[in-house]
Design a protein around this ligand. Sequence first.
Ligand SMILES: Cc1cc2nc3c(=O)[nH]c(=O)nc-3n(C[C@H](O)[C@H](O)[C@H](O)COP(=O)(O)OP(=O)(O)OC[C@H]3O[C@@H](n4cnc5c(N)ncnc54)[C@H](O)[C@@H]3O)c2cc1C
Length: 474
Amino acid sequence: MNSLTHGLVLGGGHAGMLTATALARHLDTVTVVERDHYPQGPSHRKGVPQAHHGHLFVAGGVQAVESLLPGTIDRLLAEGAHRMGLPEDSITLNAYGWQHRFPATHFMITCGRELLDWVIREQALRNDKITVVEGGDAGALLGDAGRVTGAVVTDGDGRDRHVDADIVVDARGRGSRLKQWFAGQGREVEEEVLDLRLRYVTRVFAPPPRTMKEFHAVFNLFSDPTVPGPVSNAVMLPIEGDRWMLTASGVRGGEPPTDDEGFLTHLRRLAHPLLADLIGLTEPLTSAQVTRTTSNRRTYYERLDPWPEGLIVVGDALAAFNPIYGHGLSAAALGVVAMDQALEEHGTGDDAARHAMHAVGAVADEPWQWATAQDIQYMDLEEDEVNNLRDQMGDFVKMMMDAGPVQPVVSAALLNVHTLSASQSTLQAPHVIAAVRRGVRRPVLTGPPLTDAERAFLASHAKDAAAPEPDRGT
Ligand SMILES: Cc1cc2nc3c(=O)[nH]c(=O)nc-3n(C[C@H](O)[C@H](O)[C@H](O)COP(=O)(O)OP(=O)(O)OC[C@H]3O[C@@H](n4cnc5c(N)ncnc54)[C@H](O)[C@@H]3O)c2cc1C
C-alpha cells in the first residue's frame, strides 16, 4: 500500500499555483488539474478571460506571493513589470479629490496578467513534487459530505479518471461548480452576490518612445458615485513592453463603448481630460475587450457545519470581488498563506481542512466588506437613500476619507488597507485618529499633480493641447 500523502488542486490559475506550492510543504506529492493547455510563454488562454483587462497587484498580495515563491518580484521586474510607489507614482482623482503624491509608503506591481501568471507558474513548477495535468476538466468530487477523497477528471477525449487525494483544493475560480456538488449532497451553501453590472472595456496602447521613463505613473480617474447620473471611470497602467493598458469602466449610463470614437468620448467625459490627452499621443495595439463579469460573490463554505474532511476552497471560488478595487489576486494569495499557516499549525490529519477553511474565509472577509460597502454607493439610489448612506458612514469616516488625499499619515493608513497590507482596524490607531482630527495638511489640489518633467512631456508632445493646470500643492 502506498503511504505517500497526495494533494489535488482543481484549477491551475493564480490561486491554484500558489496552493500547489503551499501543499507541497505539507504533503509528499501534489497534482494540479487544469482544463487549459498552458501556452509556452506569457500568452492569453481561454480559462482566464479576465486577463484581457488591467490587473493591479497590490503590496499585501505581492508580499504573500513572495513569501510562498521567493524571487517572484525580481523575476517579474526583469520581465518588464513595473513597481509603482504609492501614492508617489499614482495620479489619482476620486470622490474626495486629487491625491497628493506623497513619498511612497506602499507599492503595487503592474504588468499584463499573462506575464504575472506565467512567472508564478514557472516559479511554482520548479518544485518537483508538483505535477500538472493539462487539458483535464475537474468535475465531481469523490467521497461524500463527510470526507472528500479525490475528484473525477475528464480528459480531452471525454474519458473519466478518478484521482484520489488526502486533500483536495478547489481553485477553479468564478466558474467553480462546488456549490452544485454540495446541492447534490442535499446541502445548501450560503451565498451573497452584489452585482452592479459594471462594464469594463480595455485596450492596450503604445505611447511615444521613452514615455515610461518620463511619465512613470498609474492613472486612476474615478467619478463620485454618490452624485446621481452616469458613472464613468478609467485606470491606466504601465505594463511590460513599454505599453499602457487602459481599462475604462462605467455604470448607470456611463458605460464605455467599444468603438474608437465612443471610447475616446468616454475618456473625454471623465472628471478630467488627462487620459484622453495622453491617449491622443499613442497608437492603439489591440481592439477593445469587454466584460461585465465584475460582480461581488461570496460563497460561505466555511459556514457549512460539519465541513467535509479533506476539502479546502481558495481564490475566486470562495470570494470574488468587483475588480475595480484591485483585490482579487491579493485576497487569493493571502488566503493561500492563511491555509499554509493553518496546515502548519494543525497538521494534515483529521479536522485540518476545517481549520484551513476557516482561516481562508477569515482573510476574505475584509476585502469583501470593503468592496460591498463601496459598491452600495454605485447603486442607482434615490437622493434620500444617498443621504442615509452618508449619515451611516459617520462623520469620522467622512473626515478620514476627506483627509486621505491631503494628509500624509491618513494617506498611508488608508493605503495600508487599500493594499491589503493591514487590517481595517489599523485605521483606528491613535496616531491615525490624531491625524484625522488635525485635518488638512496640504492644500486641496485643483488639477492633476504632475511633476515638471511630466508637464514638459505633455507640452512637447501635444503642442496644440493645453497642458493641465500645474500642481500647486506638493
Ligand atoms: C475584469 C477583471 C479585472 C480584474 N482586475 C483585477 C485587479 O486589478 N487586481 C486584482 O487583484 N484582481 C483583479 N481581478 C480578479 C482576479 O482576476 C481574480 O481574483 C484571480 O484571477 C483569482 O484567481 P483564481 O485562481 O481563483 O481564479 P482564476 O485565475 O480565474 O483561475 C481559475 C483556473 O481554473 C481553471 N478551471 C476552471 N474550471 C476548471 C475545471 N472544471 N477543471 C480544471 N480547471 C478549471 C481555469 O482554466 C483557470 O486556470 C479582476 C477580475 C476581473 C474579472
